[in-house]
Every structure is written in C-alpha cells, then in structure tokens.
Design a protein around this ligand. Sequence first.
Ligand code: ATP
Ligand code: MG
Length: 352
Amino acid sequence: MKLLVLPGDGIGPEIVGATVAVLDAVDRRFAFGFRYTTRDIGFASLEKTGTTLPADLLDGARGMDGTLLGPISHLDYPPRDKGGINVSAAFRTQLDLFANIRPARTRRGVFHRGTEMDLVIMREATEGMYPDRNMFAGTGEYMPTEDVAISMRKVTARAIERIARASFALARARRRMVTAVHKANAFVLTDGLFLKEVRKVAADYPDVELEEVLIDAMAALLVRDASRYDVICTTNFYGDTLSDLASELSGSLGLAGSLNAGADHAAAQAQHGSAPDIAGQDKANPTSMILSAAMLLRWHGERAGDARYIEAAALIEETIDRVLSDAATRTRDLGGPLGTAQFTETVVAALG
Ligand code: ATP
Ligand code: MG
C-alpha cells in the first residue's frame, strides 16, 4: 500500500509521526509493505515553494492508495494569490473525495459531556455553502455593494445521491438507521432537493430506517440524547458544524478521526485543526490521526476486497480503546499523564 504522508502545521508533525509509528507496528504484524512518500504542505511548503499546496502534489496523490493528511493552520493564513491554498478543500474537490466521514463515539471510563454515543456523520464535501465549491467558484460569495454580502449554496442530485448511498450502505452494516439533517422548511429548493434524493435512495434500502430532522433541532437533540443516532447524512456546512458538536460531546477533539473518501482515493484527516497552542510541546493526543488511519485501512480493505486490512483497522481501534481505558495511559487532554511520544510508545507496545 502506497501512502502519501503530509505532516502539515502545528501538532501535525507530532500526530502524523505517531500515526506512521503505529502503521509500522501494524506492518510488522501483517506484512502489508507500506511505502511512504512524505511531502511538505502548509507553512513548511509555503516557505520553500511559495504555496501551501505544491502544484504537483495532488497528481502525486492520485498514484497512491491513500493519504495521511495533517492539519493546516489558519492562523496568519495568506490569501490565495499569496500561496494560501486550502489543502483539505483541494483534496476534496480535485480528487472528488465526496464523503467526509466523521465518527463520534464515547469510550467507557473516558470523560464525555453528554450521553453515551456511537454515531457517524456523513458530510457531503464537494459542494454546498462553501464559496469555492459552487458553480461560481471563487465568486460564490460576493458583495454587490460595500454594505451587502451574498453567498450561494450548490446542491446537486448526483452529489446527494452518492452521499446518501454511502450513508445507507454504512447504516446497513451498523444499527440500520439514517437521520437526514436538513432545513427544507426554509431552504425549499436546496434542502428540498437534498430530501428528495435521500428518499429515493432510501427506497433501495427498505431494511434501513430513515428519519428526517431539522438542523437546528438536531443540535438540541444531540445534546439531549446522542445515543439514539446511528448514521447522520447531511450537506457540507451542516455536517461541518454538527461534527464539532458531536466530537466534543464524545470526549475530546483529540479522539476525533475522520476520512475523506472518494471512489479512487481517500485521505485520513483528524477532525480538529493544527492546535498551535500546544504544538511542539509533546501534548497532542495523536488518537484522532491514528483512528483516521485505521479508517483508511478499512476503506482500502473493503475496496480491494482484502480482509487483512479490515482486521488491522479493527486491531488499531481495539488497541486504542484498551490503552485509553486505563487512566494511567491517557494523554493530557483526557486528564492523563502521557505526552504524545509516550502514548505512542504505549500503543505500539500494545500492538505487539
Ligand atoms: P486551526 O486554526 O488550525 O483550526 P485552532 O486554534 O482552531 O487551530 P484546533 O486544532 O481546531 O485549534 O483545536 C482547538 C483546541 O482543541 C486547541 O486549542 C487544542 O488545545 C485542542 N486540541 C485539538 N486537537 C487536539 C489534540 N489532538 N490533542 C489535544 N488537544 C487538542
Ligand atoms: Mg479549528
């Protein structure tokens, strides 16, 4: 398996380094023969090449089986014409990684703010409210006069159909419920089209229950009782917002992994940002990135029809759960004593 490794900014090099150490431990056991190509993105790249995303990088990614995508800092981020390219947006749109899969799960013994939960947010990632992701790319947000600002949102039947299909297929392998999150009472055309397409796909999955919830109600319902949700299917901006809520409710941002998945490529990426406040201090919890890499292995195994990768993913997840279940081997964000390096060593040792 060929992997593109992009450490990124802030705590990126620490958590991506930890993840490679965990993958190496898995490789010793399964003999996958992982091959890594490491490249600079973000500020490290900006200093050397004048851009946060070198032009040939995405083409290089196309030839790989997957990417470990580190976080990019948005602190003092230069404008686009000064080389400040949004790296995750470029991966999602140019490699067509349409599904941003964001699980939120509580773990026994680990502090969490609400009810127990085990849910997955399926966020459509190639269109929606983001100004760089509609047909007026770059001008999707504009000011007709200096005191009026307008933004536009793109929703297509094709994009909703595929995120809905991925959501129902995932729910079928889990607790068989999809919650479609929308605001069709206000956004009659855009969220109306979203609901229409989700209902069409639902007809192909009679064994999976579909419920429809308004985005505002969903925020309250997650806080009240997140335990009843299984797969949440939604558009880009709603999914972005809800996933921060869900991951924080589930414990810590440091636990929140995610995968950007398309038909031909997938990029493992922590849900959080570059956490500049704790960068370089051995304080970051690498769990988010390690679990993202496990999602990448599972995606690869399902696509290649190779059960060993799925087994390896499950082993990483179980090992992380086991290490986190002991208060003495938790990282600082979870009230534990371990730094990034010692936590990683513990996980590697537990992988055997
Ligand atoms: P960015 O501009 O890159 O998004 P940010 O300041 O918004 O950076 P985030 O990375 O989004 O920071 O995280 C918010 C806070 O959560 C950070 O200040 C950090 O303390 C904490 N945090 C995030 N990720 C982790 C992690 N992996 N381990 C420990 N703490 C984390
Ligand atoms: Mg942030």
